[in-house]
Design a protein around this ligand. Sequence first.
Ligand SMILES: C[S@@+](CC[C@H](N)C(=O)[O-])C[C@H]1O[C@@H](n2cnc3c(N)ncnc32)[C@H](O)[C@@H]1O
Length: 353
Amino acid sequence: MQDRLTNLAISNVLSNAVNIGNRLHLFKALAEISSEENPVLPEKIAERAGCKERYVREWCNTLACGNILEVNEKEEFWIANENSEALTTENFPLVFNTMLSTVLKPIQNLIECFRKDGPYGLDYNVYSDFEEMQQKFAKVTSENHIIPSLVPAIGNGIQERLQSGIRVLDVGCGSGIQVKLLAEHFPNSHFIGLDITEKAIEAARLLKKSDGSDFENLEFLVADAGDMPKSYTDSFDLVLLFGSCHDQMRPDLCMKEVHRVVKSDGIVAVTDVDGSSNVYTDRETYGKMAAMKYGGSMLHCLPVGSNSPDALCCGSMWGRRRAVELMNKCGFFDVEIIPTDYFPGSVLYVMKK
Ligand SMILES: C[S@@+](CC[C@H](N)C(=O)[O-])C[C@H]1O[C@@H](n2cnc3c(N)ncnc32)[C@H](O)[C@@H]1O
């Protein structure tokens, strides 16, 4: 076990060094100016990235010793060809390493939450750059998949209805990446993104179409999903929740509201972290990734979803059984479960009222 613990600490250090490199564009700088035939000294990377040489040198030393960068005897560095794409493009594993430092920021507060007499949970605000990270994460997971894969997977003629023009609500939209993609692709439909976090909605309101112009079919609202505007009753053809059900303190109040606001022939589609509602089964199914899933829940989803005395404390690994039970309780009796391999680790629930 001691060797394993040492290896864990080494991985942790390397993950943080990868995070630093990604945030400061050091990998990109290195890739642009070096190759195996033309390795460079840290001062060149520092100059290119607008950073201090001494810090960049220690960063290079760390990642070369971790076999993530290459080094020669003259202490010159480069990125191996086969690693270049993974380290320089926004991809799921790279963003994951970057996100970890965001969810670890309030670690001391989280430790206090564990204590019997400690706080119930944590507010989104304590994860200081959460919105920025959420937007990055939503981009790498959604950009290539929402339109070609998710919309057809919802079925029920939704693609055609979106084309001809319907009203759509994205509940817990965060900084709005998914609803923006939909609004751009389906100009005849009208979209509303709703989230309780003001900072997230502020970021969402800055979103523009790909050509830089403003949206005419997209609006955002700061509101509690458990208490949506009265005027919304029976008014949406499609209600979407992208990973935002388990994060809420009272997802039951939210789903009851969703039941109220969706039309009688409307569709509700919820993506969520996939799990079986049994940790033993999840470990069998996902291997080491199960630790990442439960760990993400422990560090972020559980504390934000536990932050009041009446919170349901779901955590992101509440899994299919508990998710469907809750949806049944809120009036959705026929919940279809659809795999979504294009959203790593997630699943889609589709239901009608
Ligand atoms: C995991 S994030 C997902 C955000 C976004 N859908 C995405 O995929 O990037 C969960 C979101 O739910 C929002 N949220 C949590 N509780 C809420 C509530 N009661 N009402 C509305 N939004 C809520 C949070 O502010 C956060 O933006």
